[in-house]
Design a protein around this ligand. Structure first.
Ligand code: KG4
Ligand code: ZN
Length: 328
């Protein structure tokens, strides 16, 4: 039985997973407080995690009808993410594991997103090509086995795909997070109305969204306030199409490069309808986990923990979190 916590960004999450990979509880408390700032405020995120983590963990154990005594392994996200936010979950996990003399699995957040495919209603096993696209990360990986050493084939050179949605949405006067709102507005628009760049010339499998965001800004300025307002839906639809196409270009290249015919999506952007539709039309087997496993959650951290070497007490006590990249 694994009890996992995830606090790398603004969601306070705890989950209980059985050793069979069955999700017994997956509690996610989203901190709606950041919406008014148009983005996540790290200091506020940390403070909210502090207030919520105990309740969220209790809630997960309660929903799973599991006592702490039944837990064999504690798992927590070690990074990458916001340092202060990570510290809350990771330190809580360390403290709890110490008191109960339990082993601790320190999980990489991106390994967690990949491992979301291994659980849920339709478990999907490696090998597969994985696209993780969220507000914080965009990467394409060759997942050969369930362990943490998947091969990263490409990453974003600037903004993350979700960030591109959020920034575009803000330019169009929509709220935060922008992805779902932009998708909604785009339904009434023509995706062919404007041509936005897809960074197709960025060679290899890396992504770039900064040029796209700037192109939208210039287009809005060029149209002028009244016309841009009148054509908001067309702008949203064309902008969304450019993001989706930009992701698809790299997915196709990645499938060719690896020779794989299996693809898994993860991260909040995987909730995007047009992206899901586009990958469904590819001639490959596709896995898109349910939305609650795509966005940040602790069940995916528990899933990854099964394939990480756990540390015994007291070896984990001096482990630190990491904000970006991997642990030294
Ligand atoms: O995985 P996630 O919940 O948190 C991060 O780790 O960032 O992803 C959130 C991101 C936000 O940028 C949000 O705008 C985007 O995912 N997102 C979407 C959709 N739903 C969420 N982007 C496009 N279409 C959606 N339907
Ligand atoms: Zn994430």
């Amino acid at each position: 039985m694994i009890l996992a916590v995830e606090t790398s960004c603004d969601d306070t999450c705890a989950a209980v997973l059985s050793d069979q990979g069955e999700i017994l509880a997956n509690v996610i408390s989203s901190q709606g407080v950041h919406d008014r700032y148009g983005g996540i405020v790290p200091e506020i995120a940390s403070r909210h995690h502090l207030g919520l983590i105990g309740v969220v963990m209790d809630d997960a154990l309660g929903r799973a009808a599991v006592q702490l005594e039944d837990v064999d392994l504690i798992a927590a996200t070690r990074g990458p993410g916001l340092t202060g936010a990570l510290l809350v979950g990771f330190s809580t996990a360390k403290a709890l594991a110490s008191v109960h003399r339990l082993p601790l699995a320190a999980v990489d957040h991106l390994h967690g997103h990949v491992a979301a495919s291994f659980i849920g209603p339709t478990p999907f096993e490696p090998p597969f090509l994985s696209l993780i696209a969220s507000g914080g990360h965009t990467l394409l990986a060759h997942v050969k086995d369930p362990g943490p050493d998947f091969e990263i084939l490409g990453q974003t050179l600037d903004d993350a795909a979700g960030e591109a949605f959020d920034k575009g949405a803000r330019l169009l006067g929509l709220g935060y997070p922008g992805g779902p709102e932009l998708e909604r507005l785009a339904r009434d628009g023509d995706p062919e109305a404007f041509q936005f760049p897809t960074a197709a010339r960025v060679s290899g499998l890396d992504f770039s969204f900064a040029g796209l965001k700037t192109a939208l800004l210039y287009k809005v300025r060029e149209l002028g306030e009244a016309e841009a307002e009148r054509r908001r839906a067309d702008l949203a639809a064309s902008y969304q199409q450019a993001i989706v196409e930009s992701l698809l270009i790299r997915i196709r290249r990645g499938l060719v490069r690896t020779g794989l015919d299996r693809l898994a999506l993860g991260g909040g952007v995987a909730a995007n309808g047009p992206l899901r539709q586009a990958v469904a039309e590819l001639d490959v087997e596709v896995d898109v986990p349910p939305a609650e496993l795509c966005t940040d959650n602790a069940a995916m951290i528990a899933s990854a923990a099964r394939f990480v070497t756990p540390l015994d007490f007291p070896d984990y006590l001096d482990l630190d979190v990491y904000a970006s990249g991997e642990a030294a």
